[in-house]
Design a protein around this ligand. Structure first.
Ligand code: DGJ
Length: 727
């Protein structure tokens, strides 16, 4: 992110704002409505324009009757009740029950850099030259609602971060019923790509064609969820992975969200993203303000890969933070699928010894180390080590693991409480609940009321105490159930609609506090696998467990879909046992490692049960990963062949040193023709093939390579092509 231009021009007499760099233009315009009041339109996003006035010509609404005009105009901050009829960005209800508002421009402010969002995760800059921010102020004369919408354009990236602050400048209280982060209105029809799934098959690529209706993805679960991810991409027919224009919409938030795309009868597509209005309302007393989460919009001019590459760079380096942001991540062994709850000090050490021999760098002790937790029926909240399993405590275990030359990591599920726990018996009111209603457990657990300060402080203290008690270098932060019958004693009598967002603000406060207090601890997010894999989490934790489905074939789709918005450095990817525990599939050890190579690499199986030959193979895989991880962490990732379309999946990583081509064939076929793959986005230079031949970037992309898959189903081939010299 060096040396690019980023400019905001305000052409006063035309009322035009042109935010642009050498990758994108974004044009906003002030327009007088029928009564001469200035409203804000968003006219253009796309390739850089020479002159912002060219975008004004797109705004030809001749012929629009008075009644249809407001259904055509691309309002930048649309409201309710004034004949737009498409989804609004903001809506407030006043004490008379009205929810009509009209927002008119009153001023703007341009500043270098990017202000932080209080209490919320957000992209950031390291110095003020990296971005420029335009804040536009709009006001409703009657209700007193004020909207400050901020647009931050990053240097040299086609990326715009948008968020809003809604303030009540009137004398009477208002209820914010819709507080979205961003709205934009495009002309024409757009396909909508989104990432959907469930536990064990998160973030599958789905494409919805355009139709005259509102397409919505959302969560109301208290977490971004397994079902939908807070990301969507929009494009016109003909766009594919490497050609055509597209627009990504990604919400930096981990709770209830909504992204919708409404196509109306006048050929406009209104995209709105933000907090899910179904589970949100917020009281704004006179003078109160509300900060929305941030929405990051990325323009890709060369297919979906070009959009993903921007998200990868931005999220890796200007959303993730801290000690581990740019560091190579340790190769880990996690005991979950090796032992589940059935372990003791001796068993763990046996696994750790095998892992150390193979060169693994971090041992992670998963669920079951605290209370008397021998299954999932109790003790969440009681974060004291189980003296039966660990008679010498975590301190001794971590020392012995350290003595083997490995770091030590620990699992927590801080936001939860088991009804069978000391914590619940002492504080039955600390879980989310509604007086008079059942408290229905899921996985035998209830959710702590993270909107409460005392609960937040308890968790900060309890987790912090454990982290200080032993040599702990890593934390896996799990969250295994979603909201039901959710209420808070502290929000009774009017504040109920604030709970879901206040919960997230509480989680963020706890995460901020713990990650600050333990800056060198590597935190990995998790939520029953990838049920909270979102940009909000990445602000606190640079990596997330991608899915509980560790089967190599299943992972092709999961990791491919995840890569639409998230960098490989964010994805936990482990080699697990065969037959696989989720789908019973038997796959070669080599394939499992070749798939896991595309993320934060680790193992999740009982190494003590493997043969000498398998352990030696693992040692070789670990050694290879140590050689390659610089490139998988920071290199540019390109999707080549989709697992959603065919039998062969392929992707590649490229940096200045090398290119790593990863190909996976699911089913073998007899008498098959040689498989040829043409690479994409190869940095100019000469590359050394494994047989010593040299090939140019140009030839790799045009002639391609033959992939000689090993015999049998579930085969993979990873080719490392060292870059000899730039051409
Ligand atoms: C769900 C996680 O995704 C798993 O990896 C494991 O940590 C279990 N929870 C433990 O309960």
């Amino acid at each position: 992110m060096k040396g690019g231009v980023r400019v905001i021009e305000f052409i006063r007499d035309k009322g035009l704002f042109h935010l642009h760099n050498d990758k994108v233009s974004w044009v906003l315009m002030l327009r007088d409505d029928e009564l001469g009041m200035p409203e804000l339109l968003h006219l253009y996003v796309g390739k850089p324009l020479d002159n912002a006035q060219s975008a004004v010509m797109l705004q030809t609404n001749e012929g629009a009757s008075f009644d249809s005009l407001r259904q055509i105009l691309p309002y930048a901050c649309p409201t309710q009740g004034r004949g737009d009829y498409r989804p609004a960005m903001v809506s407030v209800r006043d004490k008379t029950g009205q929810s009509i508002s009209e927002l008119f421009y009153t001023g703007h402010f341009i500043s270098k850099g990017k202000p932080a969002l209080p209490g919320l995760p957000a992209t950031y800059t390291e110095n003020d030259e990296e971005a420029i921010t335009l804040k536009i102020t709009l006001k409703d004369p009657l209700s007193g609602l004020r909207a400050d919408v901020s647009y931050t354009l990053f240097e040299n990236e086609p990326a715009m971060a948008i968020s809003a602050v809604y303030t009540n400048e009137g004398d009477e209280a208002l209820t914010l019923e819709r507080a979205m982060s961003a709205a934009l209105t495009l002309r024409g029809s757009y396909s909508m790509l989104h990432l959907a799934g469930g536990w064990g098959n998160e973030r599958q690529v789905n494409v919805l064609e355009s139709s005259p209706l509102t397409r919505t993805i959302s969560s109301s679960r208290g977490a971004s969820g397994h079902e939908h991810n807070p990301f969507a991409a929009f494009f016109k027919p003909g766009t594919d992975e490497t050609s055509g224009e597209c627009l990504g919409v990604s919400l930096v938030y981990s709770g209830d969200f909504e992204i919708s795309a409404d196509k109306n009868a006048y050929g406009t597509t209104r995209i709105v993203a933000g907090l899910n209005p179904d589970t949100f309302s917020w009281r704004l007393d006179s003078g109160d303000s509300f900060q929305t989460p941030e929405c990051v919009i990325v323009f890709g001019d060369a297919g979906l890969n070009s959009m993903s590459a921007v998200y990868h760079r931005l999220y890796r380096s200007r959303l993730c933070r801290g000690y581990w942001r740019d560091r190579e991540r340790p190769i880990l062994i996690n005991n979950w699928e090796a032992t589940y709850f059935n372990f003791d000090h001796k068993k763990l050490l046996k696994i750790a010894k095998c892992a150390a021999r193979a060169g693994i760098e971090l041992f992670v002790l998963d669920d079951g180390w605290f209370g008397k937790r021998n299954d999932d029926t109790g003790y969440l909240g009681d974060w004291t080590p189980d003296t039966d399993k660990l008679p010498q405590g975590l301190g001794r275990l971590s020392e012995e693991i350290n003595a083997l030359g490995m770091m030590f990591g620990l699992w927590f599920e801080p936001e939860m409480v088991s009804p069978n726990s000391e914590l619940y018996r002492a504080h039955p009111d600390w879980c989310l609940h509604v007086p008079g209603r059942r408290r229905t457990p899921a996985r035998n657990q209830l959710i702590l009321d993270m909107s409460r300060r005392d609960v937040q402080d308890y968790i900060i203290d309890a987790v912090g105490t454990v982290l200080s008690s032993a040599h702990i270098n890593y934390v896996k932060w799990d969250m295994n159930r979603n909201f039901k019958e959710a209420g808070s004693d502290e929000l009774l009598g009017g504040g109920e609609g604030e709970l879901h967002h206040r919960y997230m603000l509480g989680v963020y406060r706890v995460m901020e506090s713990l990650t600050k207090a333990f800056p060198e601890v590597l935190f990995e997010g998790c939520s029953g696998g990838g049920g909270r894999f979102d940009p909000g989490m990445l602000y606190y934790m640079p990596q997330i467990w991608t899915s509980d489905d560790s089967d190599a074939v299943e992972r092709l789709k999961i990791q491919y879909g995840t890569s639409m918005c998230y960098p490989a450095s964010a994805m936990g990817a482990h080699v697990s046992a065969s037959p696989n525990h989720q789908v019973s599939r038997i796959t070669p050890l080599a394939t499992r490692a070749d798939v896991a190579l595309g993320g934060n690499f680790g193992y999740e199986l009982d190494l003590t049960k493997l043969s000498e030959g398998e352990l030696n193979e693992i040692a070789r895989q670990v050694e290879r990963q140590k050689q390659l991880r610089r490139t998988t962490l920071r290199g540019e990732f390109t999707r080549l062949l989709s697992p959603f379309r065919g039998n062969v999946t392929a992707w590649m990583f490229a940096d200045t040193e090398r290119l790593i081509l990863c190909c996976y064939r699911v089913l073998a076929r007899p008498n098959a023709a040689p498989f040829v793959i043409r690479l994409k986005n190869v940095p100019a230079g000469m590359y050394k093939l494994e047989d010593g031949r040299l090939m140019s970037a140009n030839d790799l992309m045009n002639a391609g390579l033959i992939i000689d898959f090993p015999h049998g189903d579930f085969a993979s081939r990873v080719m490392v092509l060292e870059r000899e010299a730039a051409l």
